[in-house]
Design a protein around this ligand. Sequence first.
Ligand code: 5AD
Ligand code: SF4
Length: 472
Amino acid sequence: MSQPRKLHIKSYGCQMNVYDAQRMVDTLAGEGFVETASADDADLVILNTCHIREKASEKVYSELGRLRVAKDEAARDGRVMNIVVAGCVAQAEGHEIIRRAPVVDVVVGPQSYHHLPQLLAEAKANGRALETEFPVEDKFGFLAPPSPQAIRARGISSFVTVQEGCDKFCTFCVVPYTRGAEVSRPVAKIVDDVKRLADNGVREITLIGQNVNAYHGEGPDGRPWPLGSLLRHLAKIPGIVRLRYSTSHPRDVDDTLIEAHRDLKELMPFVHLPVQSGSDRVLAAMNRKHTADDYRRVIDRFRDARQDIAFSSDFIVGFPAEREEDFCATLALVRQIGYAGAYSFKYSPRPGTPAADMRETVSAEEMDERLVRLQELIDSQQSAFNRAAIGLTVDVLFERPARNPGQIVGRTAYLQPAHVFASPDIIGEVLPVTIESLERYSLLGTLATPLHMRPASSAHSPMTPLQTTVGA
Ligand code: 5AD
Ligand code: SF4
């Protein structure tokens, strides 16, 4: 038998990219590739790029510079190292990458990962290969069932893509250009994936998509189903004890989703709901299609349905023409909502987006200063939220042995890591934990139920009411 070839993937950016990396590993496993931790001894290196953040393409070129040296060294040792650029930078700048970086063998956009084996063969025959068109008719063709080995490697918690692309066209965002129009997978295919994962020990599923609550996949009745109906259906699959979804757009929160939060104990009361700004003037310039009050009303609907619900969000500071009073409206919104955590970014122009042509830019100093003020506020809310768990008994889904010998780590409903001293037998179960202390972002506690008193099927027991991706 021939030696397995070594594959190294370096992934940047959102959850979608982490998931895509896994898909590429699955696809290439069929070609005899196994993953390796270092690029230097790899036969194939994939840069899985992200285009959302500042200087994304420069970072890719500097990484390619380093890889050129590794590729030359491999050639001196008589080895061939192939280099692939994948992800959103590949999608947006494929031709430019081929022109500027001769070291690259294949450029492949996110819709074409299932063609990677053919593209590598094409590069071998013709020197280079590029595929960044949207083959919409088989956009989800790459989602062939993952191999059993890949499923086992995924552990207790797994992502499942249900939707890709975005039709919202926020003026700062590249996603509608790099990931294309919204497409939803049919319910039956998602159910198949989730059942297979559950059969292999996965207990928690996070449904992902750039605008996941725009989901409208074909249901078993032939009609488009909203995300709430999909979640309701998935909650019935034996073995699945927790469901989550990310990332949502406030405009697409419909009643089925709110009702799912009201009714489904499996649906975790923690929602990532980006708002970007608290100022209506800035929200309009961003083409967010909602006002700050619309957002507050959406939050109220969730809270009315489920009292223990918590939120995280994304914010951009220094969007063109953001004045001090606009920024203060953002701070006021954060104070009013009270977040369990949030990501905040300095605005950075992305070529080809409408905001990149807006003239009234905010100075670097002002952006820095606003970012610090916003992050201080968010950090204080996050710490208060985490401290509030101390003394409570909360449900934890245990995932794996912790770095500290003897400890097992899991997550609360709010994705807080929680550590206990226990036997690894508890991995895969949801158990009540009395939280005793907080160390940075991690909770420490003890199992609230002695092991011999646990109900036989505690992995399926209802959650005790407690306590506490790149996209929409
Ligand atoms: N500049 C700064 N932040 C951005 N994001 C998206 N595009 C930009 C940009 N051009 C942020 C948004 C989004 C998150 C994934 O990244 O807050 O919700
Ligand atoms: Fe779509 Fe989100 Fe980008 Fe807006 S920010 S265009 S909703 S992916």
